[in-house]
Design a binder for this molecule. Sequence first.
Ligand SMILES: CC(C)(COP(=O)(O)OP(=O)(O)OC[C@H]1O[C@@H](n2cnc3c(N)ncnc32)[C@H](O)[C@@H]1OP(=O)(O)O)[C@@H](O)C(=O)NCCC(=O)NCCS
Length: 154
Amino acid sequence: MSEKLRIIKMTEDELDAVDVMELEVYGDTAAPFEFLMDAFNDPNGYLYVAYWGDEIAGHCAMSHKTSATPNYCNIGNLMVKKNFRRRGIGKLLMIKILDKAKELGLSRATLKVATENFAAIDLYKSFGFQVEELIKNFYADEGGDAYIMWSYSI
Ligand SMILES: CC(C)(COP(=O)(O)OP(=O)(O)OC[C@H]1O[C@@H](n2cnc3c(N)ncnc32)[C@H](O)[C@@H]1OP(=O)(O)O)[C@@H](O)C(=O)NCCC(=O)NCCS
């Protein structure tokens, strides 16, 4: 792992940069800034950013609501800037999120991923996630399908 790479809990200072990164990666289909703010302000949410040197290179989120999801967490928003991919950043963000989930006493995790997103599916499989369900037309704008993936032993 490069010494240039570090993962930290997201702070308010990083919100704008993360929003810009979302727009760069997802363009018109990027979630509105309010979604990020809601996730940031969610007391059950855990958001992390990856720095490569001084530059924000990626981010991801995990949420765990005791009443709604008693034994598991939802992982979302995993993203690495295009010019920083294939350097192990996505992997390290996943390790951070899953470590947090384990620290909370959780043993299971779930996420949704576009069925054609082979890079992300490969990454999740390498962490023991498996496809459990197909949701047709999950991404309304693009009309794409999604898999629900689970790991029952994080
Ligand atoms: C998916 C994503 C987060 C991976 O980030 P990354 O930092 O490039 O991933 P890593 O370098 O840590 O790679 C870890 C593993 O993921 C898989 N992987 C990553 N990119 C891949 C690619 N282009 N093709 C196939 N497998 C890939 C591999 O298993 C890889 O392990 P390896 O390098 O030992 O082969 C990144 O491609 C991305 O941001 N994509 C756009 C946003 C997105 O789709 N997010 C997921 C939403 S569900």
